[in-house]
Design a protein around this ligand. Structure first.
Ligand SMILES: [Zn+2]
Length: 162
């Protein structure tokens, strides 16, 4: 990265720390020519391998767009979706791999979406996990109910609050 002041391509790192988002590294650099300091934000590349085999850079926006459809008419805000997408990114980055199969992104979406809204979760899961019959829904709902009975009382919301 060129020095933003004098365009010199050489700099040395004087400090680095993990940024607030937990997935990038903030480096304090000093230009070897003019000695001025500047900050860079580095994020390791993360590619999603689609079913076709094509790779594309991971995008939170794509995660949000994928989930937004399932959230139509549900009390889910843009902020909720942004937080979910960040959580998904952190989960997939945690694996440390530079390439992630698209399938794994879907898996990483299911858990936070279930916490966010159970109806949206069911919609998303029905598409993503290819539900083909009512009994697929029934078993998914039974599983939700089961998991919910583990929750302390007061944390329970009605499953179908349309
Ligand atoms: Zn410089």
């Amino acid at each position: 990265m060129n020095c933003p002041y004098c365009r010199n391509p050489d700099s040395r790192v004087v400090d680095s720390r993990v940024a607030d988002d937990g997935v990038s590294i903030r480096r304090r650099r000093q230009c070897t020519a003019c000695s001025r300091r500047f900050t860079t934000l580095e994020t390791t590349s993360l590619n999603v391998i689609k079913q076709s085999g094509a790779a594309e850079p991971f995008s939170r926006t794509k995660v949000i767009n994928g989930v937004r459809k399932a959230c139509q008419g549900r009390p889910v805000t843009d902020h909720d979706l942004a937080v979910l997408a960040q959580e998904v990114e952190e989960t997939v980055r945690m694996s440390g791999a530079a390439e992630i199969p698209a399938h794994q992104i879907g898996l990483a979406i299911l858990e936070p979406l279930q916490r966010l809204d159970e109806v949206a979760y069911l919609r998303f899961a029905s598409v993503y996990q290819d539900f083909t019959s009512l009994s697929d829904f029934e078993s998914a709902i039974a599983k939700l109910r089961e998991e919910r009975s583990d929750l302390p009382r007061g944390n329970q919301r009605p499953l179908t609050a349309e």
